[in-house]
Design a protein around this ligand. Structure first.
Ligand code: DAH
Length: 369
């Protein structure tokens, strides 16, 4: 028995060392491993056979079998690593599978929205003229949006057609519903809270004057809201930039000079401006400012409706009542203010015909600018 056992061991050794060395792929290697070292593998069974031998023989033959087992195991391990490395190398060397010289997938590059671009351009010009940045809340009180700006209680601009009022639902949600709140409303726009969405950036004038002493020179860019039907030239949400300068002896000439530089920096150094008398409750005198038509240089075209001028902004000298309201003495201090729509300027600068395009987020539109 030991002689044949030993012979078997040698033949297993001879066969499998050669076979494992020559294994072609990981699958082939695994088959061979199971054949020799698996639960019913040739060497496993041979080891089990040892129990039929004498103790003496077991002491001599046991280590031989275990040695072979170790030898085969490390051979398999080594061969497996070689096959995996060879496999990867083959894959890398096959040009159809991996071509490192191909360019990577490209990302679409985004950029600022056209309104942001114009807003930046406008605020940069104003900053160069000494205006510093100011902001106010989008949800305003009636006081800042109207009252402090000298709007009389029955002023048509307070009309609910124009203003989005904040309904009392916000107020009563957390407290107990009062009987009167359950009555049907006559209008969903009925003001109950004294809060509204600001209809212009002018309330920032009041907030800024209240919190600082003159002289001051600020610009207040931001979003404003009007309750009106949306069409190619109207949007319920749009943007304005407010300007305010308060100092001693500020005059219409200062306003005109400032706006002339502002408009020329924006539209070109030969741009002419003109003032038309107008009315705003918070300025006296008030003016509507036009720029010479950018498309026909004043000759008259369809854009300017043959007038040669484009209406651009509202402006004026700060009304004494407004100065008094914030505790500035109108005998000592005077100021000018202006408000300009960012959408309108952007449409003129970029030749955009429909204001709604700004808010649709259509990439085909946005990527043109
Ligand atoms: N707040 C006005 C509006 O939205 C625009 C305006 C006019 C602002 C005259 C001013 C100003 O500061 O002086 O229609």
């Amino acid at each position: 028995m030991p002689a044949s056992w030993e012979k078997n061991l040698r033949s297993i050794q001879a066969f499998y060392t050669k076979a494992l060395r020559e294994a072609k792929d990981p699958k082939n290697l695994e088959t061979l491993r199971v054949e020799v070292l698996g639960r019913k593998g040739k060497l496993t069974l041979l080891l089990k056979d040892l129990k039929n031998c004498s103790l003496e023989e077991r002491k001599r033959l046991g280590p031989l079998a275990n040695q072979l087992k170790d030898q085969l195991e490390s051979l398999i391990q080594e061969k497996r690593e070689n096959l995996t490395a060879a496999d990867l190398k083959a894959k890398l060397e096959t040009p159809s599978l991996f071509d490192p010289s191909l360019p990577g997938a490209s990302f679409r590059q985004g950029h600022s929205h056209p309104l942001t671009q114009t807003m930046n351009q406008m605020t940069e010009i104003l900053a160069q003229q000494g205006f510093s940045w100011a902001e106010g809340p989008l949800i305003e009180s009636d006081y800042y949006n109207f009252e402090a700006l000298n709007f009389l209680p029955d002023h048509p601009a307070r009309d609910m057609q124009d203003t989005f009022y904040i309904s009392s639902k916000f107020e009563v949600r957390s407290s107990k519903l009062k009987e009167e709140d359950q009555q049907p409303r006559t209008s969903h726009l009925e003001p109950r809270t004294g809060l509204l969405l600001r209809t212009h950036t002018s309330p920032v004038q009041i907030r800024k004057m209240e919190s600082s002493r003159p002289p001051l020179r600020i610009m207040a860019p931001g979003r404003v809201f009007r309750h009106e039907a949306v069409d190619a030239s109207h949007s319920a949400v749009f943007h304005q930039i407010e300007g305010l300068y308060v100092d001693r002896q500020v005059s219409m000439a200062d306003l005109k000079g400032t706006l002339q530089i502002f408009m020329q920096s924006l539209f070109g150094s030969s741009t002419e401006i003109r003032f038309r008398p107008s009315y705003f409750p918070f300025t006296e005198p008030s003016a509507e400012v036009d720029v010479q038509c950018l498309f026909c240089q004043g000759g008259g075209c369809t854009v300017c409706k043959k007038s040669g001028w484009l209406e651009m902004l509202g402006a004026g000298l700060v009304h004494p009542n407004v100065l008094k309201q914030v505790g500035y003495d109108p005998e000592t201090w005077s100021g000018f203010a202006f408000g300009i729509g960012v959408e309108r300027v952007t449409m003129l600068l970029l030749g955009i015909q429909d204001i709604r395009m700004f808010y649709e987020n259509d990439v085909r539109f946005l990527e043109q600018f």
